[in-house]
Design a protein around this ligand. Structure first.
Ligand SMILES: Nc1ncnc2c1ncn2[C@@H]1O[C@H](COP(=O)(O)OP(=O)(O)OP(=O)(O)O)[C@@H](O)[C@H]1O
Ligand SMILES: [Mg+2]
Length: 236
């Protein structure tokens, strides 16, 4: 299977506090890979380091065979990495459409209109609400805007930070169905979730992060049946 991203021995600090320690992981084309871990384990820090919003102090990130460790975040978007941030990061007093267009800043002209139509086709409700303030939408619809905005850059690797957060279970199912569809259409997905059961159910492989370190990894179906993971993350 084709390797999309290879992280080697990555460490990251906030001042003198180490948030990530010696992380190594790989993501292959067409996979959904999940990253699970408790509050404060370092999940968001890892995603932000991959997208270039946090600096790493050691280690390397290879994306599609290029070393992007030192690349600024806008260049990483151009290279094909898009992040849906924790809490969605929408501009609540901008319209839905303007929020989506923000995701297209690396593109020009006709391509943007095509990509916008593709997002509206995937999420028809957003077309209906395209002129409304993003802040007036329901949580699930806001998550669709956040995913749609990331898709506007035509990513080959999509980083999702807690897409289920704050959503009712039935809406979570919708969002995860979309995540699977995106994968089936060729986008590789790195999925961060506190909801370990959900993440492992929908992913091909998973990594478990504890205090900034990878403590376990494997096929998601195996992790779901691992006793220590069951006890720590799946409610026994
Ligand atoms: N900007 C920051 N400055 C200093 N410390 C930070 C900063 N952001 C995060 N941390 C610390 O780094 C560690 C990892 O935080 P991070 O947000 O990556 O965890 P997380 O796994 O995403 O947690 P959560 O599940 O709550 O989202 C925590 O101890 C946190 O307090
Ligand atoms: Mg987080």
């Amino acid at each position: 299977m084709n390797n999309v991203m290879e992280i080697k021995n990555l460490s990251c600090y906030y001042d003198k506090i180490r948030a990530l320690e010696d992380i190594s992981l790989s993501i292959n084309k067409g996979e959904i890979v999940s990253l699970i871990g408790a509050n404060g384990a370092g999940k968001t820090t890892l995603l932000r380091t991959i997208s270039g919003l946090n600096k790493s102090s050691q280690g390397s990130i290879i994306f599609e065979n290029k070393d992007i460790t030192k690349l600024p975040s806008d260049k990483r978007v151009k290279a094909g990495i898009a992040q849906v941030p924790e809490g969605r990061g929408l501009f609540s007093v901008l319209s839905v459409e303007d929020n989506l267009l923000l995701g297209a800043y690396i593109h020009k002209g006709a391509q943007i209109a095509t990509d916008l139509e593709a997002v509206y086709k995937r999420f028809p409700i957003l077309k209906e609400k395209r002129l409304e303030y993003a802040g007036t939408l329901s949580g699930g619809q806001q998550q669709m805007v956040a995913v749609g905005r990331a898709l506007m850059s035509r990513p080959s690797l999509l980083l999702l930070d807690e897409p289920s957060m704050g959503l009712a279970p039935i809406i979570v199912e919708d969002i995860f169905a979309v995540i699977k569809e995106l994968r089936d259409m060729g986008t590789t997905i790195f999925l961060v979730e506190q909801n370990a059961y959900l993440a492992l159910q929908y992913s091909d492989r998973g990594y478990v992060l504890e205090n900034g370190k990878v403590v376990s990894s494997g096929k998601s179906s195996d992790l779901l049946h691992d006793d220590s993971i069951k006890e720590a993350y799946l409610g026994g």
